[in-house]
Design a protein around this ligand. Structure first.
Ligand code: CAA
Length: 379
């Protein structure tokens, strides 16, 4: 596979790197501490075209490929994974699904606002009892002829408080199991739609994660995405692409921690020399560098599979499984290399370590990725 980047891809990578350094880095520690949503920063991301990167310019998007998207995700995640998850959900789980499967009217009404960042979107699948086991939806969307009535609760919804447009997965016909599930667009402010309290999280604390409560919410039929019963397939197809974005986030977290550890090891002295001259540290750096590059190749491969029209369920799941493992292990080692300073917020690596953990959980746990991978290789 040819992973050489075009001039345009390199420019996008550089623009994301510059944005992360100038706009995200200065207050990243404060935002994490205060659990403050990066409102201004996300607005600027939208102005730069990073919130609808793969969307057709006819709908306000940047019309770029998936590889450009993962390059940007990696750079933003090196500095601020709270911002990159907001970006990832909006790009992969909301804009992509709407553009691919939404009606013309839905695209006109919602997609342009979402891809320019005028509005933010949320993808609502998880429930208190249905995170990994996504077919067991208890949120119901009862068919009332020209509309649905939605009841239920969704959990751990990224952008839950700040979004304006919510794609909600709900069960219409229990008898039909996963073939009786629908994906509905619900707007903030719809009567009966309540936003639950914000979660106090271990990591990605700048992003806002909420439960959502639906009490007899009336949703017009024209807000259903695709045919009746398409909701589960919609969710699976959307998540398959979303996993590439989260794999790129994990890669960025790992690469960010490695870059900090490398720099620190050349500055910090112990036993009369820079600690990078001690093999105990140099070998850690060698492992980190190797594993990050392996993760990067998997992430790029999955992006290219998607861009080239190949199946990307397997490569996306492998990229997410491996990159999230590397993110966890690399950030722990980066803290270790920093010693006592690694435990202090100003050095950033403790935050990256906390942020890394979620990449092994959301958009399918590592165990779910192994289900997807093993099914694919055994079929
Ligand atoms: N593409 C298209 N269709 C797919 C598919 C895919 N990738 N994966 C499954 N399907 C289809 C199957 O073909 C099948 O359809 P038919 O019966 O018509 O053939 C149907 O979906 C059911 O498939 P399975 O029998 O394989 O379903 P399952 O119950 O065994 O589950 C699973 C499969 C992979 C475990 C799935 O439930 C899953 O991915 N779970 C994890 C869900 C998840 O990622 N949750 C995270 C929430 S979102 C989030 O985190 C967002 C955020 O805020 C950051």
């Amino acid at each position: 596979m040819d992973f050489s980047l075009t001039e345009e891809q390199q420019l996008i990578q550089q623009a994301a790197r510059d944005f992360a350094q100038t706009e995200l880095l200065p207050e990243v520690v404060e935002r994490d501490d205060a659990q403050r949503f990066p409102k201004e920063e996300v607005k600027k991301l939208g102005e730069l075209g990073f919130l609808g990167m793969m969307v057709d310019p006819a709908y306000g998007g940047s019309g770029l490929d998936t590889l450009s998207y993962v390059l940007a995700m990696e750079e933003i995640s090196k500095i601020d994974a709270s911002t990159s998850v907001i970006m990832s959900v909006n790009n992969s789980l909301v804009c992509w699904g709407l553009e691919k499967f939404g009606s013309e009217a839905q695209k006109e009404k919602y997609l342009t606002k979402l891809s320019t960042g005028e509005q933010i979107g949320a993808f609502c699948l998880s429930e208190p009892e249905a995170g990994s086991d996504a077919t067991s939806q208890t949120t119901t969307a009862i068919d009332m002829g020209d509309h649905y009535i939605v009841n239920g609760t969704k959990n751990w919804i990224t952008n839950g408080g700040t979004a304006s447009t919510y794609i909600v997965i709900a069960q219409t016909d229990k008898e039909k199991k996963h073939r009786g599930i629908n994906a509905l667009i619900i707007e903030k402010g719809a009567p009966g739609f309540e936003i639950g309290p914000k979660e106090n999280k271990l990591g990605i604390r700048g992003s806002d994660t909420h439960s959502l409560i639906f009490n007899d919410v009336k949703v017009p039929k024209e807000n259903r995405i695709g045919e009746d019963g398409f909701g589960f397939k919609f969710a699976m197809k959307t998540l398959a692409g979303g996993r590439i974005g989260i794999a790129a986030q994990a890669l960025g977290i790992a690469a960010g921690a490695y870059e900090l550890a490398l720099k620190y090891s050349k500055e910090r002295k112990a036993f009369g020399t820079e600690i990078s001259n001690h093999q105990a540290i140099a070998f850690k750096l060698a492992d980190m560098h190797t594993e990050i590059q392996a993760a990067r190749l998997l992430v790029y491969q999955s992006a290219l599979d998607k861009d080239n029209g190949n199946d990307y369920d397997l490569s996306g799941a492998m990229a997410k499984l491996y990159a999230s493992k590397v993110a966890m292990e690399t950030t722990v080692e980066a803290v270790q290399i920093h010693g006592g300073n690694g435990f202090v917020k100003d050095y950033h690596v403790e935050r990256l370590m906390r942020d890394a953990k979620i990449t092994q959980i959301y958009e399918g746990t590592s165990e779910i990725q192994k289900i997807v991978i093993s099914r694919s290789i055994l079929k």
